[in-house]
Design a protein around this ligand. Structure first.
Ligand code: BTN
Length: 244
């Protein structure tokens, strides 16, 4: 498998997408992204050289069932969580729906330490390749005001780690999870999220919803606490809820 590293790039996900037109499995990393992408068209920004900006791309030999492609986002989340626990020997990390990895910091609040953006390419209705994009805050110690209260890094948690060494270990974690069958991965994810029965708020409306179940395509089936209306919450929705 080829691995590409850039001091600076627009987005490792975008470059991986281009490479997958000719390559079957690749890793793209960078010290800095000028157009880093987050979920829901948000940007993903961070220090030069202090964090992991990583994309693992693979072309599919067998076209996956559309409902199942959520598995790549899940693999990204589980790989990061396992990496962080392995590296810190500290079980303070939790997944937050749909794609965040959170860490319990000294203030006893969960703050975001990493995010996953899985993207896919299609030929007609067939998903032909997938990219697991991962950003992990490693040595960044200052975050801008907007996200200051909600972001942390390994450094801020008291761990000094080498970004390149972490990248090598992250690849091993991804390869470990890619070998597992999707039913097992999905069930581990559902257990980790522990969302069924919980109340979530949609940030777009402040409405309260109770999670009824996690559907096979990764969406949440939720019931409005006031009106009883049913709704499917997906990757595009921003939800607030208490983790832990
Ligand atoms: C999120 O939390 O919204 C997802 C953030 C994903 C960021 C990573 S950094 C490497 C890869 N390239 C990108 O442009 N985005 C992902």
């Amino acid at each position: 498998m080829k691995q590409y590293h850039f001091p600076q790039i627009d987005s490792t996900n975008d470059f991986a997408k281009e490479l997958l037109k000719t390559e079957s499995e690749i890793i793209v990393t960078a010290d800095y992204q000028t157009k880093g992408k987050g979920r829901s068209n948000r940007t993903w920004a961070g220090d030069y050289g202090n964090n992991i900006y990583y994309s693992y791309g693979l072309r599919h030999d067998v076209v996956p069932v559309l409902d199942n492609i959520i598995i790549y986002q899940i693999i990204g989340c589980l790989a990061v969580k396992s990496l962080l626990i392995e590296q810190t020997q500290n079980d303070i990390f939790k997944l937050k729906y749909p794609n965040d990895i959170m860490a319990l910091d000294n203030s006893r609040f969960y703050k975001k330490i990493a995010g996953v953006l899985a993207e896919h390419s299609f030929l007609g209705n067939d998903c032909i390749s997938s990219i697991i994009g991962i950003g992990v805050n490693v040595n960044q110690a200052i975050f801008n005001n907007e996200i200051f209260n909600n972001a942390t890094s390994l450094k801020l948690l008291g761990y000094d780690k080498n970004v390149n060494e972490l990248i090598e270990k992250l690849t091993l974690q991804i390869q470990f999870w890619l070998k597992k069958d999707s039913v097992t991965i999905f069930n581990i994810w559902k257990n980790e999220l522990n969302l069924v029965g919980k109340i979530v708020e949609l940030t777009s409306s402040n409405d309260k919803w109770q999670v009824d179940s996690i559907l096979n395509d990764g969406r949440l089936l939720a019931i409005n606490c006031n009106s009883g209306e049913q709704r499917k919450i997906d990757n595009g929705d921003s939800v607030r809820y208490k983790i832990g």
